[in-house]
Design a protein. Structure first.
Length: 330
């Protein structure tokens, strides 16, 4: 049996105008697959990277890597899900910008009843990212309560979750953002200190906050615009944790620079390495579900668009005019 579904896909890379809403059909799930009907869809910066070709995909391709909905059917060998389950996922092949889809079951988790579809779709990729950054991407000696970290784009979807989760862990998170309103929001949600990088240079302010010592980790999804000064924010043996390039990729640099700046460490992380197995994915998701269900971390949905408004959604995201999480509704 086949089912009609509205799906957003691109036939060539480029600007938001390449995003087209088309009618496709989906069939029954094969071995190891499920068919899910989406109730809400997450919007993420990796979708922009796919659209512009920074992370190349075979074309034409449907976009989106995060969604929440109800499982309609399961294929042979799928044991952790059944038809009728509330479900949520981040990862797997792109294609979440759709009313329904067939996809691998591996990244899909049951969504607790206490968490809405909208919250689930908004939080999964960003929340799992915050989880692996704060708990799995650690400097030498780890992180302890009271330690200082810098988190760029602190008012974004990942940033606002990280601000709250860092507070739960007792970390002193120094958040940067591009406006006073965004800084106020990050502060409200748990950042110990905030810096409006459009009004002041964050480097001397970080040095002032840390009494000249620097921080153990900089978490950076911005890239080119923040890279050089971020390295200078680190204390000796500190860790530069890159997980995105919203301003463009950093310029190449000689490894010897890291030695001169204090024997620094640099890592480029991606969520999909951390959730490559179902066991790891479930463990991280359970941690996220627990901290959200407890109310310690609240998921802020700043913007909601209909699936047919996906071009406007991408335009707002690229212009950094969004705060918190953004979702699409089919």
């Amino acid at each position: 049996m086949t089912h009609s579904t509205k799906t957003v896909r691109i036939e060539q890379t480029g600007g938001p105008e390449q995003l087209k809403l088309v009618d496709l059909t989906v069939g029954e799930p094969g071995p190891g697959e499920i068919r899910i009907r989406h109730h809400a869809i997450g919007l993420n910066f990796i979708d922009v990277y796919h659209r512009i070709g920074l992370y190349p995909l075979p074309l034409p391709v449907s976009l989106g890597v995060e969604g929440a909905g109800v499982v309609e059917a399961v294929g042979e060998g799928v044991t952790h899900l059944k038809a009728g389950d509330r479900a949520v996922y981040a990862g797997g092949p792109p294609g979440s910008y759709s009313e329904r889809r067939v996809m691998p079951a591996q990244p899909v988790c049951r969504l607790p009843d206490a968490i809405s579809f909208e919250t689930g779709a908004a939080m999964m990729l960003k929340g799992l990212t915050a989880q692996y950054l704060l708990k799995r991407t650690q400097p030498q000696g780890g992180l302890q309560a009271g330690d200082f970290v810098v988190f760029h784009a602190a008012a974004g979807g990942v940033g606002l979750i990280a601000c709250q989760w860092a507070g739960v862990l007792g970390l002193q998170l120094i958040g940067t953002a591009g406006s006073d309103a965004k800084c106020a929001l990050a502060k409200e949600l748990g950042a110990a200190h905030v810096i409006n990088y459009n009004k002041e240079d964050f480097l001397p302010r970080v040095k002032e906050i840390t009494s000249g010592k620097g921080v153990k980790v900089v978490y950076d999804s911005v890239g080119k615009d923040t890279w050089d000064r971020s390295l200078d924010c680190l204390r000796p043996l500190g860790l530069m944790a890159s997980f995105g390039n919203s301003s463009g990729p950093p310029a190449p640099f000689a490894p010897g620079l890291l030695g001169a700046k204090g024997s620094l460490y640099v890592t480029r992380q991606t969520l999909f390495t951390h959730i490559a197995t179902r066991e790891a994915n479930q463990e991280m998701a359970d941690d996220l579900f627990a901290v959200v269900s407890s109310g310690q971390v609240k998921i802020r949905i700043g913007q909601t668009f209909r699936l047919g408004e996906v071009q406007q959604a991408h335009t707002a995201l690229e212009a950094r005019k969004t705060t918190g999480c953004t979702i699409l509704l089919p």
